[in-house]
Structure formats: C-alpha cells, structure tokens
Design a protein around this ligand. Structure first.
Ligand SMILES: Cc1cc2nc3c(=O)[nH]c(=O)nc-3n(C[C@H](O)[C@H](O)[C@H](O)COP(=O)(O)O)c2cc1C
Length: 212
C-alpha cells in the first residue's frame, strides 16, 4: 500500500447519508483548502458554507429550473435530450448535509497592466489571461479540500455545473462580496453505502510525454 492511498481512494460522491458533519471537521477542511498554492500567493478565494437543508434544497430547485430553461431553448431535440440527461449531475449536491460555495476574485496580473498601458494587441492580452491563473488557484484549493475529506472518511463532489444559475444562487444566499464570483461548489457528507466506483482513467501513456 502506497502512502498515496488517500488520493487513490477519493471518488466523486453524489449520494449522502443524513448525517451532520461536525463544524470542526468543516473548519479543518477549509484550513486545508487555504493551504493550497495560489498565483503570487494572492489567495483569491472565499468560501461560503451552507448547512441549512431548506436553503440547499431551494438552491437545487433554482438550478433545476435554470437547467430546464436552457434546455427549452435548445435548437434541436438531440441537444435538449443531452442537456436534460445531465440534470442529476447539476443538482447532485441536493442531499448533501454541507455545501461549500467557492468564490474567487480577479487574479491581478502586473504584466497585463503594463502591456495594456502600452497598447498591446487584444491577441497578446488574451494569451496572457488564457492560463486562468486565478481559476487554477481555486482548483488547487478545492482539491486540497477533497483529498482532506477523503482522508477523513467523507465523500465530496466538486461541482461547476450548477454555476449556470449563479446569479439566482447569489440572490438566494444573499452574498454580495464585491469583486467575487461564484466559481464552483463542493458537496460534502458521509457517503451512502455502495456508491459507484471511480471511473477508469486514460492510460498514463496517453496523457504523459517524457522528454529525455
Ligand atoms: C472542475 C470540475 C467540475 C465538475 N463538475 C461536476 C458537476 O457539476 N456535477 C457532477 O456531478 N460532477 C462534477 N465533477 C466531477 C467529475 O464528474 C468527476 O470528477 C469525474 O467524472 C471523475 O470521477 P471521480 O471524481 O469519481 O474520479 C466535476 C469535476 C471537476 C474537476
């Protein structure tokens, strides 16, 4: 057994037991999240923890409604069918006892400012932002949270699907943190028995290139 087992045993959990999570465990996981690397150490994240069942359910209804609205304007029946078939993945947080909303503010890039002030072309400016450093920092923080939760015996699901309803969600939550935007959410709880296994990975040789 390698000591990376806590990584290999993590899988997305979409069904949870009706068991509350002690606040100190949630705090520990948030602390682990903030120990992630972030670009220029800007720590451009903010976490909002939801534990109120009614709010979580209402949020799931909001996401389902937004999902249906988008489906209803699909130009083909095929697109509509595909879109509606993933609804359960967009509302998978609905029976989680804890949902952590992950917000981000802009990553401030000095080179962008300098080049913009020197009339750099849009092409050059777009190239600078395309690595999306701010979003990558959020991903690192979320992964710390997920791995920590796995090590503590909890189940999680990293979710960006529901963010198509971010404006309605923000209204529901009543968070108005200037400059911050909802990027993703984490469903957290004790996993139900017999959850599906982790899906297989592409073979390493398909996704890795060694240059000797
Ligand atoms: C950025 C990101 C967004 C995701 N969004 C969703 C989502 O909205 N709903 C969902 O059910 N799973 C979501 N997932 C989970 C993936 O579906 C899952 O990680 C993938 O299928 C591999 O399965 P595993 O996590 O069990 O290894 C997301 C994962 C990532 C990294």
């Amino acid at each position: 057994m390698s000591n990376l087992d806590f990584i290999y045993k993590r899988k997305s959990i979409r069904k949870f037991k009706d068991t509350q999570i002690p606040r100190e465990d949630i705090v520990e996981l948030l602390n682990a999240a903030t120990h992630a690397p972030s670009p220029k150490h800007q720590q451009n994240w903010h976490f909002v923890v939801l534990q109120n069942k009614e709010i979580i359910n209402e949020m799931a209804e909001i996401v389902a409604k937004s999902h249906e609205n988008i489906g209803s304007i699909a130009k083909s029946e095929k697109d509509q069918k595909i879109h509606m078939s993933v609804l359960k993945y967009y509302t998978a947080f609905k029976n989680a006892p804890v949902v952590v909303l992950v917000y981000a503010c802009d990553y401030k890039m000095i080179e962008y400012k300098i080049l913009k002030e020197n009339n750099a072309s849009q092409e050059v400016l777009d190239m600078l932002v395309s690595p999306q450093s701010g979003a990558q920092g959020i991903g690192a923080a979320v992964e710390n949270f997920l791995l920590g939760a796995s090590a503590m015996g909890y189940g999680t699901c990293y979710m960006t699907g529901p963010t198509h309803a971010k404006l309605e969600i923000e209204k529901l939550i009543g968070i108005d943190k200037k400059g911050y935007e909802l990027m993703s959410m984490i469903a957290l709880g004790v996993p139900e028995e017999n959850t599906p296994p982790q899906p297989p990975r592409k073979p390493l040789e398909n996704v890795v290139t060694f240059i000797d």
